[in-house]
Write a protein that binds this ligand. Structure first.
Ligand SMILES: NC(=O)c1ccc[n+]([C@@H]2O[C@H](COP(=O)([O-])OP(=O)(O)OC[C@H]3O[C@@H](n4cnc5c(N)ncnc54)[C@H](OP(=O)(O)O)[C@@H]3O)[C@@H](O)[C@H]2O)c1
Length: 281
């Protein structure tokens, strides 16, 4: 049997940390397989899938700008990919090419790992943002039965997203946040604010329900201003690095037949890489 070969497909792709992540697991489990970055321009996507089987790919990850465009080249997509409108993981099943979305699993897996029991009595979440990361967060929290209030600079985007997901999800402008925090068991930032090189996220936490957990999906820096302020007020905090690690678990399982563990060592490896490549992180 030939060794399984997986890819991460993007354009550009050199910046991707996925090869480091999967390379760590391949070595840790002694699996003879590979995980390779593949740079494919949008115009060449058809040719890539045309030679998929002959090339011997087992499957792989998909990133910007192909997450939507790959759908037309697959036999089937899973329920999460259909709801999120994006595929980030491809695998083979009974001769078919299947596309899935594991970003929501990354979001919730990280939260469960770093704040065990966070949902014991959690009923309401406030999610800041309405982009790709917000979709993954809202889907995950909806799956866990929470009612979700999405707040965004462009309120109409939050309202449209809430209507798309249904289940009592609501959309709001940013100035509604203060009023919503008193009832929130979980506050999540999915905007790009607070990220290194971006403006800070300005949220007043004084009305946030005591005991609420605060989660920032931004992971450069690892402890954002939001998390620092939340920690100072005694809230449990969750950083975003583990979302990147946990979203990779399901793909590895599909391609290499082993459910990999998100270890402290792997986390340290990624932190060292971010610090080495990002001055100020
Ligand atoms: N931890 C992980 O694995 C992971 C995974 C995915 C993303 N992320 C991080 O999550 C963040 C968002 O990513 P994304 O893919 O969701 O991006 P995106 O689709 O471009 O969405 C960006 C969001 O940020 C808001 N925003 C941007 N600039 C703003 C500003 N100046 N003031 C107020 N709101 C602003 C946007 O609001 P408008 O709609 O009004 O423009 C939108 O809601 C990034 O920092 C990314 O690195 C982390």
């Amino acid at each position: 049997m030939t060794a399984p070969r997986a890819f991460v497909l993007g354009h550009p792709i050199a910046h991707s940390r996925s090869p480091m992540l999967h390379g760590y697991w391949l070595e840790r489990y002694g699996i003879a397989g590979s995980y390779e970055p593949v740079d494919v321009a949008p115009a060449d996507l058809g040719a890539f899938f045309g030679s998929f089987r002959e090339t011997g790919w087992t499957g792989g990850n998909v990133t910007v700008p192909h997450k939507l465009a790959v759908i037309g080249h697959l036999d089937r997509i899973d329920a999460a990919a259909a709801k999120l409108g994006a595929v980030n993981t491809i695998w083979r099943e009974d001769g078919q090419l299947i596309g899935g979305n594991t970003d929501w699993l990354g979001f919730i897996g990280n939260l469960d790992e770093l704040a065990p029991g966070w949902d014991r009595e959690a009923g309401r979440a406030v999610v800041l943002g309405a982009g790709g990361a917000a979709r993954a967060a809202a889907y995950a929290l909806g799956e866990r039965g929470l009612s979700v209030a999405l707040c965004n600079r462009t309120a109409s985007t939050a309202e449209e997203l809430a209507a798309h997901f249904g289940g009592g999800m609501t959309g709001h402008p940013m100035d509604a946040v203060a009023g919503l925090l008193a009832e929130a068991d979980l506050l999540v930032n999915t905007t790009s604010l607070g990220m290194l090189g971006k403006p800070p996220l300005d949220v007043d936490l004084s009305s946030l329900k005591p005991g609420a957990t605060v989660y920032d999906v931004v992971y450069v820096p690892l402890e954002t201003g939001l998390l620092k302020a939340a920690r100072a007020r005694g809230h449990r905090t969750v950083d975003g690095l583990g979302m990147l690690l946990h979203q990779a678990v399901d793909g590895f399982r599909h391609w290499f037949g082993q459910t990999p563990e998100v270890t402290r060592e792997l986390r340290s490896l990624l932190i060292d890489d971010i610090r080495a490549k990002t001055p100020g992180a």
